[in-house]
Write a protein that binds this ligand. Structure first.
Ligand code: SIN
Length: 412
């Protein structure tokens, strides 16, 4: 027997939960996750959420930084929406109970990451995604309209056989449950918030669930897909045979970390970009890759030793402790790092409200291609995108379908 909901959400990260929290005001919501409720890229996000909050910052600067990082292939109108709506979404998240680092006067303590011309990264120590996920799940648990289905793997989208207006409306998904049974989940609206596909690559910062299922299902159903060639590599994952998925946050370079050659200790980033270690991450990742190939080294070094143990333990407690587990004390020795697949900049084409080219199907967060990132995502714009578009998509998802059909996005 089929299960029916008003809103079906595939994925329990920042985008899926943002949608669920807002949609629950208007109907029943099912949130399906492949493993546990929280397992996905969001919970591993270390750096933070980019938002214009400082007096010396501006929307224009954040827009320009995003477009420079994206090599100009971004959609400006989407960048502007995201940047302008970001601070309100961030404050709503804080009001929901997410705890972020604050200064003595109560203002957010803003850090910096590659490609940002200003300090604008709101963070929760070095485990921002974990705190965001915790707060959002707690808020979901207060709402009786939201039902979670963990250990539920979406297999394929269900579409009308005969579609009015020439396009098959998506009606829901077939789902493989933990007990091996395939069940039919029907929804007035189906939302893909399934994240990226880092596990396609040998070295990735992503967890095992990031296998690209959402974009594959949408492709099979005939949805428009774009920019899949733009897979972002994060410059610094811990290089250790037993720790190939552990991210070393860009915030370490934001707080003064230096990249050095393994053999000579030479700082090499100035040879590649005037912003050196704080160049956009594609520049840094390519520079590291080039230096590894040129010198034959298996990694480069990220040197934090000049910042002192007390500061490092306080500012980066999880990274410090994890590196120690793998035999690296970042207070006294450099961290061995390599680039690794990190973020899918392309995905299912959507408009500014998460509508895909298929009626009834929405895509939000990493699985979507809104046009925000262009060829390369700016650091800490991903949780931001999930917050903004998870929220925005709900208004459109409530529209009756003929009105919806008139506004489906065209090819980018
Ligand atoms: C990081 O902490 O370096 C990752 C942040 C991001 O991917 O935006």
């Amino acid at each position: 027997m089929a299960r029916s909901f008003d809103f079906l959400v595939m994925g329990g990260g920042v985008a899926g939960l943002s949608f669920a929290l807002e949609a629950a005001r208007h109907g029943t919501v099912a949130v399906l996750t492949k493993r546990s409720r929280s397992e996905g890229n969001t919970v591993y996000a270390q750096g933070g959420i980019a938002a214009v909050l400082a007096d010396d910052d501006s929307f224009e600067r954040h827009v320009e930084d995003t477009i420079v990082a994206g090599a100009g292939l971004n959609k400006r109108s989407i960048v502007e929406i995201t940047v302008k709506e970001g601070p309100a979404r961030l404050k709503a998240l804080a009001a929901m109970g997410a705890e972020f680092n604050r200064k003595a006067n109560g203002d957010f303590d803003l850090t910096r990451e590659g490609g940002h011309s200003k300090r604008r990264i709101v963070h929760s120590g070095d485990v921002t995604g974990k705190e965001v996920e915790r707060a959002m799940l707690a808020a979901c648990d207060e709402l009786p309209n939201i039902t979670f289905f963990p250990d539920a793997t979406a297999i394929d989208l269900i579409r009308d056989r005969e579609a009015p207006h020439g396009k098959a409306r998506v009606q829901g998904v077939y789902v493989l449950l933990d007990d091996g049974v395939i069940e039919t989940f029907l929804g007035k609206v189906t939302v893909l918030a399934t994240g990226g596909a880092g596990k396609v690559y040998l070295y990735t910062s992503n967890p095992d669930v990031a296998t690209g299922d959402g974009v594959a299902m949408a492709y099979r159903a005939g949805a428009r897909i774009a920019n899949m060639e733009f897979y972002q590599f994060h410059p610094t994952c811990l290089f250790h045979p037993d720790a190939k998925s552990f991210l070393i946050s860009e915030a370490l370079r934001g707080e003064g970390g230096k990249l050095r050659l393994k053999s000579t200790g030479e700082r090499f980033m100035k040879r590649y970009h005037e912003l050196a270690e704080l160049a956009p991450r594609d520049v840094v990742a390519r520079a590291i890759d080039a230096e590894m190939k040129r010198t034959g080294a298996d990694c480069v070094h990220l040197d934090m030793t000049h910042l002192g143990k007390a500061y490092l333990v306080e500012r980066f407690p999880t990274i410090y402790a994890t590196c120690r587990e793998f035999g690296v004390d970042m207070a006294v020795q450099p961290i061995p790092v390599v680039p690794a697949a990190h973020y899918m900049c392309g995905g299912i084409v959507t408009d500014e409200h998460g509508r895909t080219s298929l009626p009834g199907l929405y895509a939000i967060g990493e699985v979507s291609c809104t046009g925000l990132h262009g060829a390369n995502r700016l650091a800490s714009n991903s949780l931001l995108e999930g917050l903004v578009f998870g929220h925005r998509a709900v208004a459109a998802a409530r529209e009756p379908w003929p009105a919806l059909h008139a506004r489906l996005p065209e090819d980018r």
